[in-house]
Design a protein around this ligand. Structure first.
Ligand SMILES: Nc1ncnc2c1ncn2[C@@H]1O[C@H](COP(=O)(O)OP(=O)(O)O)[C@@H](O)[C@H]1O
Ligand SMILES: [Mg+2]
Length: 299
């Protein structure tokens, strides 16, 4: 995938009265990204996404979509974006298919094959004739995603799509997002206040807190930035802890586990030395998730 910028935000500001909801946020989303938009509740995620969609106006800053500066009255750029910002609103007494047909007509779309395509894509083909009122939360969310796909956008924005879903619904949602990204080559921005949710699917991400950007980048790079917690299981923790002491590696002991803080680059070397010294190791696990990093940063 090429890395041209499909969305760029420069020094965006939004205040409500004296309150700065978005304070000088800059970021960019590359074509093909699954871009995670992370922050605790009230961080400014929805406010930022609403500005991208032209639903509210920034006080300052610029938004570029496909390199074009979006000004207040230019709505043409929206043709290229699909969005699920609030809970999707459907007619409960109508079927999934009829709901999409209505939206389809309202948007003046021409190729109605597309309705069948998107129903298939979100795994609702078999349920197409059922009333939406009887749908589970997860099915409603998937129908909401189907709706964002109708007009063949190249970017879709999903604001907390996993909210209110049970673990199975969340897993289905992740699978669906990955599939849309891969099969339909659609760039996806997904926001969440739960980092583990994003960590599982996003390739790039931003973390915001109190309206400010804390960090942005490649998810893998962000994970590698600091010391990693590595958990070793060993039947000889005495030997292992002696070794870690000689290497000046910080560690904590818990039963037959030792949790050590190791620089990512030195992990292979440390493991090599452990095996050279015949220290018994039955398990090695990397403990630090982006979630821990996130919690530390936003505390
Ligand atoms: N229309 C509004 N008027 C006043 N305050 C608002 C408005 N919209 C959002 N806010 C405030 O801005 C902050 C950021 O909100 P929001 O962008 O919805 O956060 P997030 O989506 O990250 O949970 C919150 O403190 C919220 O109360
Ligand atoms: Mg929000």
């Amino acid at each position: 995938m090429n890395s041209s910028k499909i969305l760029e935000i420069q020094n965006l500001h939004k205040s409500f009265g004296d309150f700065k909801a978005v304070n000088n946020i800059s970021l960019h989303v590359n074509k093909g990204d699954i871009y995670g938009f992370l922050g605790p509740n009230g961080a400014g995620k929805s406010t930022t996404l609403r500005m991208v969609l032209g639903l509210i106006k920034p006080n300052q800053g610029h938004i570029f979509i496909n390199k074009k500066n979006i000004s207040g009255n230019n709505r043409k750029f929206l043709n290229d974006i699909g969005a699920l910002i609030e809970k999707p609103d459907f007619y409960k007494n109508l079927s999934a298919l009829d709901n999409l047909k209505i939206l389809y007509k309202m948007s003046n779309l021409k190729n109605d094959e597309r309705i069948f395509e998107v129903l298939n894509e979100v795994d609702l083909w078999d349920k197409r004739n059922q009333k939406v009122g009887g749908f589970s939360q997860g099915m409603k969310q998937r129908l909401g995603i189907a709706q964002t796909l109708l007009h063949e956008p190249s970017l879709i924005i999903l604001d907390e799509p996993s909210n209110g879903l049970d673990p199975q619904g969340q897993a289905d949602m992740r699978e669906l997002i990955l599939r849309i990204n891969k099969e339909m080559q659609i760039t996806i921005i997904i926001s969440s206040h739960i980092l583990s949710e994003i960590e599982k699917i996003a390739n790039r991400m931003v973390v915001i807190n109190n309206g400010e950007k804390i960090l942005e980048g490649n998810v893998n790079d962000l994970m590698a930035k600091e010391l990693l917690k590595v958990s070793f299981k060993s039947s000889n923790t005495v030997q292992l802890s002696d070794f870690l002491k000689t290497e000046n590696i910080e560690f904590e002991e818990r039963n037959e586990n030792i949790i050590a803080l190791i620089n990512e680059e030195s992990i292979p070397n440390v493991i090599h030395k452990i095996t050279q010294k015949n220290i018994p190791i039955s398990e090695v696990k990397q403990m630090r998730t982006l979630e821990e990093l996130f919690l530390g940063l936003t505390k």
